[in-house]
Design a protein around this ligand. Structure first.
Ligand code: GLN
Length: 553
C-alpha cells in the first residue's frame, strides 16, 4: 500500500550494548510489512572499516553476505530473516563508507575549494544515504534505520546529528525516534531501576533528539507506576514507554511488542493509516519452536566456539530447521583444537550429526578433518559449509583416494596434492577488502543427489564468501574413489556441492546456505540434515537397546 511520502524511523540504543536493537528494528519491520506497508531497513555502523569483511569474527561476529556480494553487519541477517526480503549494499552504511566517498570527492576537487567538515559534508552524506534506501526502484513507505553503538559514544555523534537534522527537514509526523534502553532489576532492592534510562535519554536530548518511544528491555515486568515515572522524567507519554521483556525466542519479540501496542504507537505518530497486522503465522512458528516433541544433538566443530555471534546465521538456521522437524536442536560446540589433542570420539560419540562451518586460516584444521572422518566412518550425518566442505574433500582425498599429503593451498602453499586451491582469478590479488568470490551464484544440481532431494529442483542460487575452490585436477581421481559431485556451476567449472554415495547423509557445500534460511522457510539442506540426524538418533537408540537386551539375555 503506497502511503505517499516516505516515513523514517530511527532506532538508537542506550545504557549498554547488546540490548537487541537489531531484533527490535527487525520486529518493527515485520509488523509494518504485515500492515501492508513497504519497508526498507538500514543499519548505520559507526566504525571506520568500510565494511566488516576485514574484521575478525571474534570482535565483530559473523559477516553477513548479501546477494549482491556486500559484506555486512550481522543485523542485516536479522532484517532479512524477519522481513523476508533480500537486501543490498545500500542497506548497511559505515563511517568508513561515508568518509571514503567524501575523501574521494575532495581529491577529485568536487568541493570547489570549500573546507570539508563533519557538519555539513559528513552529515549531508549520511542523510543522502538514509534517503536513498527509501527511493529508487522499490520505494518504501517506511525506512527503519538502526544506529549502531550506544548513545554517548564519540564515534556515533555524526550519525545522531544527521538524524536530528533529517527530523527537522522531514517534519514531525514523518520521522519517529525510538530509543532502546535497559531497565535493570536490582536484587537487593527488589525492584527495577529507571535511572539508567533517564540518563540515557538525557544524553540523547542534549544532542537535540527527543525520543518518541522508549523500548525498555527488562527481565522483569515493568509496572504502570514505573512506566509513568519513566515517561515523566524522559518527557514521553507513559503509553509510549513500551516494556520489552526478555523472550524465550527472538521470533516471539514481534508478537510481544505488538501486544504492548508498539506498532500502534508507531503508525499513530507517523499518521500511517493501515489495518492491524496478522501475525498468526509467526504465532504458529513460535508455538512450534517452544514445544518440540523431539531433541536432536548436533556437534559444531569450529574455531570460534567461544563466540556464538560468529555463527549467528547457522544458529538461526538450526532453529528454523528444528521447527520444521518438530525438534529442538541442541548445539554442542566442539573446539577443533581439542579434537586434535584428544581425538574425535570423545566429543562426537552419542551426537546425532556433525556440522563443520566456514572459516579461514589453518588453526584447528586437522581437528576438523578428524571429526569429519569420524562422521564418515560412523554413518553420522555430516554437513560441511565452505571450509567444512573443503575439509571433507581433503579428508576423503587423504584416507580413501590415497593422496596422503592432500591439503588446501590455503594451509600449505607447497603441498604435494592441493585438492583445494586458489582460483586463477584470485591469484595475484593483494587487497583484502571485498576481493573474495562473494555473493549470489547459480548452481546446477545433480538429479538423484541428496541436495536435489532437499531443494526439489535442479537450479538454485546461493551466497558465497571464499577464495579457494575444489581443484579440478583431482576430480576424476576423487570420483573414481567414490566421491560424488552433486552441484556444479552452470559452466561445470566449479564444484559447488560434494556428497558420498554410500553414506546416509554426507553433504559439503562451497556456499553459505545459512544466510538464506528464514523462520517462515527453513533452508532445505538444514531441514534435511536435521531430518537425517533424527533418523540417525533412532538407529543409535535401537542399537543401544539391542545391546542391552543381549547383555540381559
Ligand atoms: N578459507 C576458505 C576459502 O577462502 C573458506 C572460506 C569460508 O569458509 N568462508 O576458500
Amino acid at each position: 500500500m503506497r502511503q505517499g511520502r516516505t516515513k523514517y524511523i530511527f532506532i538508537t540504543g542506550g545504557v549498554v550494548s547488546s540490548l537487541g536493537k537489531g531484533i527490535a528494528a527487525s520486529s518493527l519491520g515485520l509488523l509494518m510489512k504485515k500492515r501492508g506497508l513497504r519497508v526498507s531497513m538500514l543499519k548505520l555502523d559507526p566504525y571506520l572499516n568500510v565494511d566488516p569483511g576485514t574484521m575478525n569474527p571474534f570482535q565483530h561476529g559473523e559477516v553477513f553476505v548479501l546477494d549482491d556480494g556486500s559484506e555486512t553487519d550481522l543485523d542485516l541477517g536479522h532484517y532479512e530473516r524477519f522481513i523476508n526480503e533480500s537486501l543490498g549494499a545500500d542497506n548497511n552504511v559505515t563511517t568508513g563508507k561515508v568518509y571514503h566517498t567524501i575523501i574521494s570527492r575532495e581529491r577529485h576537487g568536487d568541493y570547489l575549494g570549500a573546507t570539508v567538515q563533519v557538519i555539513p559534508h559528513v552529515t549531508n552524506e549520511i542523510k543522502s544515504r538514509i534517503r536513498l534506501v527509501g527511493q529508487g526502484e522499490h520505494p518504501a513507505d517506511v525506512v527503519i534505520c538502526e544506529i549502531g553503538g550506544t548513545v554517548g559514544d564519540i564515534e556515533s555523534l555524526p550519525f545522531l546529528e544527521a538524524i536530528r537534522q533529517l527530523g527537522l527537514e522531514e517534519g514531525y509526523e514523518n520521522v519517529l525516534y525510538i530509543h532502546v534502553t535497559l531497565v535493570p532489576y536490582i536484587e537487593s532492592a527488589g525492584e527495577v531501576k529507571t535511572k539508567p534510562t533517564q540518563h540515557s535519554v538525557k544524553a540523547l536530548r542534549e544532542i537535540g533528539i527527543q525520543p518518541n518511544i522508549l523500548l525498555c528491555r527488562s527481565a522483569q515486568p515493568i509496572k504502570s507506576e514505573m512506566r509513568e515515572k519513566i515517561g515523566l522524567f524522559c518527557n514521553v507519554s507513559p503509553l509510549a514507554v513500551i516494556p520489552a521483556i526478555d523472550a524465550e525466542t527472538i521470533y516471539e519479540v514481534p508478537i510481544l511488542l505488538h501486544d504492548e501496542g508498539f506498532d500502534d504507537m508507531v503508525t499513530q505518530h507517523l499518521k500511517l493509516f493501515c489495518a492491524p497486522p496478522d501475525v498468526s503465522d509467526w504465532k504458529r512458528i513460535v508455538r512450534r519452536i517452544k514445544n518440540p516433541s523431539k531433541i536432536c544433538r548436533i556437534a559444531i566443530c569450529g574455531k570460534y566456539v567461544k563466540l556464538k555471534d560468529a555463527y549467528k546465521s547457522i544458529i538461526e538456521a538450526f532453529v528454523h530447521a528444528g521447527e520444521e522437524n518438530d525438534a529442538r536442536v541442541e548445539l554442542e560446540w566442539v573446539s577443533s583444537e581439542k579434537i586434535m589433542q584428544n581425538g574425535a570420539e570423545l566429543y562426537l560419540k552419542g551426537m546425532d550429526g556433525l556440522l563443520v562451518p566456514g572459516g579461514f586460516g589453518d588453526r584447528g584444521i586437522e581437528g576438523k578433518i578428524e571429526a569429519i572422518r569420524y562422521a564418515r566412518e560412523h554413518d553420522m550425518p555430516f554437513f560441511g559449509i565452505c571450509l567444512g566442505m573443503q575439509c571433507a574433500v581433503i579428508e576423503y582425498a587423504r584416507t580413501v583416494a590415497g593422496f596422503q599429503k592432500a591439503n588446501s593451498s590455503e594451509f600449505s602453499a607447497e603441498t604435494e596434492h592441493p585438492v583445494i586451491s586458489l582460483m586463477p582469478d584470485q591469484r595475484g590479488i593483494t587487497d583484502m577488502g571485498a576481493t573474495m568470490r562473494l555473493g549470489k551464484y547459480p548452481c546446477v544440481l545433480q538429479p538423484g543427489s541428496k541436495a536435489f532431494e532437499a531443494y526439489g529442483t535442479t537450479e538454485i542460487t546461493e551466497r558465497h564468501r571464499h577464495r579457494y575452490e575444489f581443484n579440478n585436477s583431482y576430480r576424476e581421481n576423487l570420483l573414481a574413489a567414490g566421491f560424488k559431485i552433486a552441484g556444479l556451476s552452470p559452466d561445470e567449472r566449479l564444484v559447488e556441492i560434494v556428497e558420498l554415495a554410500d553414506h546416509p547423509w554426507f553433504v559439503g557445500v562451497q556456499f553459505h546456505p545459512e544466510l538464506k534460511s528464514r523462520p517462515t522457510a527453513a533452508h532445505p539442506l538444514f531441514r534435511d540434515f536435521i531430518k537425517a540426524s533424527l533418523k540417525f538418533h533412532e538407529t543409535l537408540e535401537k542399537n543401544a537397546l539391542s545391546v542391552e537386551s543381549k547383555v540381559e539375555s
